[in-house]
Design a protein around this ligand. Structure first.
Ligand code: X2X
Length: 331
């Protein structure tokens, strides 16, 4: 009799415990722009979709400005790679200290437009890069967009390679040091979080970043006068997850996370392209002088940056460059 009563109480407790909602599991996501950019909006969309799809069981806390790595934008990928951080939204160039092959995306003048870009991220080159990233402990869930990087400065309009001569340029990563040197500029690597004040104080004369994703939301126009839309280098972003965490999930969870990431990056890419499209007009209203180089002028920049293209093509591996170029010409 007593045993039956105990069993009954046990069964009631069990029923109660399964009826209670499981506590939501919160993951950490790091990115290195501020909370106004399309990177942030993509991360927020990812969180919304993941919460929704998991019935509130999974959500993501977003840390902008590379807070979790003390402002070091290159360190985020490394942390995800060794499982010390769950998710990252970051751009290709930031991963190059860990995975040099990622520089292939940003080789100067590899791409001539969005169609070329989409032919690579959605094709064999994207798959190959995902394999290489996974070898480094990061599962790339979906590609989004930082965009075509345009040059700004406070000294003069840049219309030809010679106009870059001697300009003190802030750059994000090692490949851009070589590109700027090829143009005769005076580059230095600096964290993005320190760049606005460095421009404001004249520590550097200029920088380069995409219009829609970064220049407009982070108000670079407040501290820069001239912009040249030279489209010299494309930079993708992606949502990545630690491989250790990924492998701890069952198939259904993996599919749910993947779907949320794909939808979030699709949205991020769309708003980034829309904001870029409207961007030049907006920047003019804010007082910037915008220069749109002709095809011949762009070609002069392409010629001048070719030594950096060639040396980085060697570094990332000629076969990888060919894989990209083939997808571009077929696309
Ligand atoms: O640091 C930059 O320039 C930025 C924001 O574009 C990247 O993270 C590469």
């Amino acid at each position: 009799f007593k045993t039956l009563a105990t069993l009954g109480a046990f069964a009631a407790a069990l029923a109660l415990s399964t009826a209670l909602p499981a506590a939501a599991e919160t993951f950490r996501l790091s990115h290195n722009t501020n909370d106004t950019t399309t990177w942030q909006k993509g991360a927020e969309k990812f969180n919304e979709l993941l919460s929704e799809k998991s019935g509130g069981e999974m959500d993501v806390r977003i840390f902008p400005n590379a807070q979790l790595t003390g402002g070091d934008q290159m360190k985020q990928a490394e942390m995800v790679g060794r499982g010390a951080l769950d998710f990252v939204v970051t751009s290709a160039i930031n991963v190059t200290p860990l995975v040099p092959e990622m520089a292939v995306f940003s080789l100067p003048y590899l791409y001539s437009g969005y169609e070329d870009v989409d032919a690579t991220t959605a094709g064999a080159p994207g798959d190959r890069m995902e394999e290489i990233m996974a070898e480094n402990g990061i599962v790339v869930l979906a590609w989004g967009e930082n965009g075509f990087r345009e040059v700004t400065n406070n000294v003069r309009p840049v219309k030809a390679p010679a106009d870059m001569n001697g300009l003190k340029m802030r750059v994000a990563g090692p490949m851009y040091i070589d590109v700027m040197n090829a143009l005769g500029a005076n580059p230095q690597q600096m964290q993005w979080t320190e760049t606005f004040s460095a421009l404001q104080q004249g520590v550097v004369d200029g920088q380069e970043n995409p219009i829609g994703a970064v220049i407009i939301p982070q108000r670079v126009y407040e501290v820069q006068k001239y912009l040249t839309a030279w489209h010299y280098s494309y930079d993708p972003i992606f949502i990545g997850v630690s491989k250790t965490l990924w492998e701890s999930w069952d198939e259904a969870t993996k599919q749910m996370v993947q779907a949320a990431a794909e939808e979030a990056m699709e949205y991020q890419k769309t708003i980034t392209r829309e904001d870029t499209e409207k961007g030049a007009a907006y920047l003019k209203e804010q007082g910037m002088e915008i220069y749109e180089p002709s095809a011949e002028e762009v070609d002069a920049f392409r010629q001048a940056t070719k030594p950096a293209f060639d040396s980085w093509a060697q570094k990332v591996g000629p076969d990888l460059v060919t894989l990209f170029q083939d997808a571009i010409s077929a696309g």
